[in-house]
Ligand binder design. Structure first.
Ligand code: FE2
Ligand code: FE2
Length: 240
């Protein structure tokens, strides 16, 4: 693995949706990635229903991965209210969960949060009206602030931002128009653009588009497994 100066090869994927009765094993994929990259990034929806048993299945598959793994959780990982247990299982399997805590690997800072919904640009949901709407917007703002606090802690010159929800509209294009505001929030991009970042990866939009840019020009990649990528594989390969 390169220290400091060289390029770090980062494999990134999201939306594994591992189930208890999963017929597909990720062992072969993780073994392949370990040969192709220096670090594996998983951008949320690791489990399908947020069950600890699903995290155990993934943890067993991750034994086939011989490179460092960093990850954030997705909305599906929250479904069963067992986030603490899932985090514990994944940490035991050697996964560095970012969730507001940056991790530096070979001179590259990895920083991430799950993010939240809210929409994009001037059509973002505003904090107005019913308390339920204000709570929703507050959650979106809170995630952007968690990201900002984490980004302030990164001292490395090169950094990768890992999100589950999208920070831009471009990489969710392809999804039904009706659900676009539920796929991410520009508040995340506003935060990202206050820093210099090498790349941003996210998932969640299974039918989205691979590549885009934040308004200030940071490259954004939708690495959901279901999205077609230049590698022709379920993961993206980025040189950082
Ligand atoms: Fe997903
Ligand atoms: Fe998701």
């Amino acid at each position: 693995m390169p220290e400091g100066g060289g390029t770090l090869k980062v494999a990134a994927l999201a939306d594994l949706h591992v189930r208890e009765d999963s017929a597909t094993s990720y062992r072969d994929l993780f073994a392949e990635i370990s040969k192709a990259a220096d670090v594996l990034v998983i951008a949320g929806d690791l489990t399908d229903l947020g069950k600890p048993q699903e995290a155990e299945v993934l943890a067993a598959d991750l034994q086939a991965c011989s490179i460092p793994v960093v990850a954030v959780l997705g909305n599906h990982d929250h479904e069963s209210g067992a986030v603490e247990q899932i985090c514990e299982i994944l940490r035991k399997a050697g996964v560095h969960l970012l969730e507001g805590q940056p991790k530096e690997i070979a001179g590259v800072g990895f920083v991430g949060v799950k993010g939240f919904i809210g929409g994009f640009g001037r059509h973002m949901l505003g904090s107005f009206g019913e308390p339920a709407i204000k709570t929703m917007v507050a959650e979106s703002v809170e995630e952007a602030m968690r990201l900002e606090n984490a980004m302030r802690q990164v001292s490395a010159k090169r950094s990768v931002v890992v999100l589950h929800y999208s920070p831009i509209l471009e990489t969710v294009a392809g999804e039904p128009l009706e659900i676009l505001p539920f796929l991410g929030s520009s508040r995340l991009a506003e935060t990202i653009d206050r820093f210099h970042v090498s790349a941003v990866v996210h998932g969640h939009a299974h039918r989205g588009t691979y590549e885009g840019k934040t308004p200030a020009g940071a490259p954004v990649y939708n690495v959901a497994m279901q999205v077609e990528k230049p590698t022709g594989r379920p993961y993206a390969l980025l040189e950082i």
